[in-house]
Design a protein around this ligand. Structure first.
Ligand code: GLV
Ligand code: GLV
Length: 322
């Protein structure tokens, strides 16, 4: 057991840890919350590989603390904007991640969040407990159904395509998508129409964010974007909080400039309990649980481990950041 691996969480599914323990010396952080910075810097020193998650910011400080022994970083997530890829490249450190395996779970959660938001599930359920439910009433707790609406997917990668496929049975009049490059073959499967960002903003009844966070998408949903949306528009984000100017979204919801929002991702995470978003009625907030399906998270732990084992024996990783 000559290779050493540091795992930043103690509660990663054991099937992933067992794979590593067969051929490596594995140490893990001991507490349920993210490893403190100083502890990470201390623990990573001299390790061959680092198993991390999206709550660990991996920058030059971490790589310097690790030293030249570090061969690879493997994150148990599809997103990798928490890792400074350029700094890794400079040092020849390979980076693995877990796309594909979580696509269905994330698409499923997106539909759950969408339906909870447009049909006002949490707002309505609360009335059962607080006495607000006096009687069935003709227009009480009504929301905007999906049928005959125009739904815009901002991002049309694997997750966006699977969300689109799950929307078809709800009979929208049109699914649209906005991407940098045409995705004609994938779009044809669900009759999705490619539109400009501006057309998505002005014409959609629902907008679903399913893109990666990059310099290009950072805060692309800003004040000017929310101003262009229809007043009945429902905004859903299961991608990254950083894609949204959250103050602008909060204002748009408070003034009813748009109808409602459903967010599985925010800035920051967790959202402070005094955040203005928590005071709004027309929002559904979830604690970043897109991929939180048991089998998915177990397989993510194994892929993250297998990426490390591959890198340590100079083989191709299952999923490697190019
Ligand atoms: C979750 O957000 C992930 O990137 O896996
Ligand atoms: C993006 O990461 C996707 O899988 O759609």
């Amino acid at each position: 057991l000559s290779k050493t691996v540091y795992v930043t969480r103690p509660d990663v599914d054991s099937s992933g840890l067992e794979l590593l323990r067969k051929s490596c010396n594995v140490s893990t952080w001991s507490q349920p919350l993210p490893v403190p910075r100083e502890e990470l810097l201390r623990q990573v020193a001299g390790k061959d590989a680092l198993f991390c998650t999206l709550s660990d910011k991996i920058n030059a400080d971490v790589l310097n603390a690790a030293g030249p022994q570090l061969k690879c970083i493997s994150t148990m997530s599809v997103g990798y904007e928490h890792i400074d890829i350029d700094e890794c490249k400079k040092r020849g450190i390979r980076v693995g991640f877990t796309p594909d395996v979580l696509t269905d779970a994330t698409a499923e959660l997106t539909l759950a969040l969408l339906l909870a938001t447009n049909r006002r599930l949490f707002e309505a359920s609360k009335q059962v407990y607080n006495g607000g439910w006096k009687s069935w009433a003709p227009m009480w707790m009504c929301g905007q159904g999906l049928k005959n609406t125009r739904i815009g997917l901002y991002g049309f990668g694997r997750i966006g395509q699977e969300i689109g496929a799950r929307l078809v049975p709800f009979k929208p009049s049109q699914i649209t998508y906005t991407t940098r490059s045409e995705r004609a073959t994938e779009a044809a499967k669900i009759n999705a129409l490619r539109v400009s960002f501006d057309e998505m903003l002005t014409e959609s009844d629902f907008i679903i964010v399913c893109c990666a966070l990059t310099p290009e998408t950072k805060e692309i949903f800003n004040e000017s974007a929310f101003k262009k949306m229809k007043s009945n528009c429902i905004f859903i984000n299961t991608a990254r909080g950083g894609v949204v100017d959250q103050q602008a979204l909060c204002d748009a919801l408070k003034t009813k400039r748009i109808q409602a929002a459903g967010l599985d991702v925010t800035t920051p995470e967790p959202l402070p309990l005094n955040d203005a978003l928590l005071e709004l009625e027309n929002i559904v907030l979830l604690p970043h649980i897109g991929s939180a399906d048991i089998e998915t998270r177990k397989e993510m732990s194994r892929i993250t481990a297998r990426n490390i084992l591959a890198a340590l024996s100079d083989k191709k990783m299952e999923a490697e950041v190019a």
